[in-house]
Design a binder for this molecule. Structure first.
Ligand SMILES: [Zn+2]
Length: 270
């Protein structure tokens, strides 16, 4: 077996998590990430014939049966993942009946995957139904997007158009806009279901006064989406006090979408 700590998936996972910590988004044990792994690639690093420790799920994830995921651990600090991936994250396999995962690698026997595991699994199921290349869910406490949620009307159209209007390339990166769910207690079934439902339309979902959850086919593209939204929110908060500020017009947003062959959310602009 090859050394799993040298695998591309552990290195990429650890690097993205470390970057989010350094951006100030993931204080203490904030944030969680899950990454669907390729079985053939994983089998070079881990004996997949050995059964793992069973951990029960809050939802039925039968649609993901047999899938392997690299997931951050409950209560673990993003600050420590890069130096000690095995102590702060784990690899799980969804069981055939979908009501448990087996923990195959990482964490101590008394420890468990993120308390948002069911939110992640429900979100993976939702995205895989519309995008077979989907692999990543990131939840993080983005500073400026969170601040923006405190002072802006929590309306998806208003929020999305403010974010699109601040940088010429934003509508190309997230033409669906940003989804918003009502404020909710983290780790419960309601927030997981609401988030997974939003992922049927959007690739990034705002949890007001908390952070965002984003999805993508790679760690880079998912991180890049969060980074783009977060920078737009920072720009928004900086220019908001200036009464003469301008935004890209609807007409120009539509020209941009056409030029880059993306389809903006018709509920927001047409
Ligand atoms: Zn959180």
């Amino acid at each position: 077996m090859k050394n799993i700590l040298e695998s591309k998936f552990i290195q990429e996972f650890s690097n993205v998590i470390d970057r989010m910590y350094l951006l100030g988004w993931d204080e203490r044990n904030a944030g969680n990430v899950s990454f669907i792994l390729d079985q053939a690639e994983l089998s070079l690093y881990l004996d997949l014939s050995k059964p793992g420790r069973l951990y029960p799920l809050q939802i039925n994830a039968k649609a993901l049966a047999g899938k392997y995921l690299l997931v951050t651990g409950s209560g673990k600090y993003f600050k420590n993942v890069k130096e000690h991936p095995e102590a702060n994250s784990c690899i799980v396999k969804v069981t055939e009946n979908g009501d448990h995962v087996e923990i195959l690698w990482g964490l101590k026997p008394t420890e468990r995957p993120t308390s948002e595991l069911s939110t992640h699994l429900a979100s993976h199921i939702s995205r895989l139904e519309i995008d077979p290349t989907h692999r990543v869910i990131i939840h993080t406490h983005t500073t400026y997007t969170n601040m923006m949620s405190a002072i802006t009307e929590l309306d998806e159209k208003t929020f999305s158009k403010a974010l699109w209007g601040l940088n010429t390339e934003n509508i190309i990166i997230f033409p669906e806009g940003i989804g918003i769910i009502p404020w909710e207690i983290p780790g419960n079934g309601i927030i997981g279901k609401n988030t997974a439902d939003k992922f049927k339309t959007f690739k990034i979902v705002l949890w007001p006064l908390h952070g965002v959850v984003a999805c993508g086919d790679t760690l880079d593209s998912t991180f890049g989406l969060v980074e783009t939204v977060e920078k737009a929110a920072m720009t928004y908060l900086t220019i908001k006090p200036f009464s003469n500020h301008k935004l890209i017009s609807d007409e120009d947003l539509l020209r941009l979408a056409k030029a880059f062959n993306v389809k903006p959310n018709e509920a927001f602009i047409k």
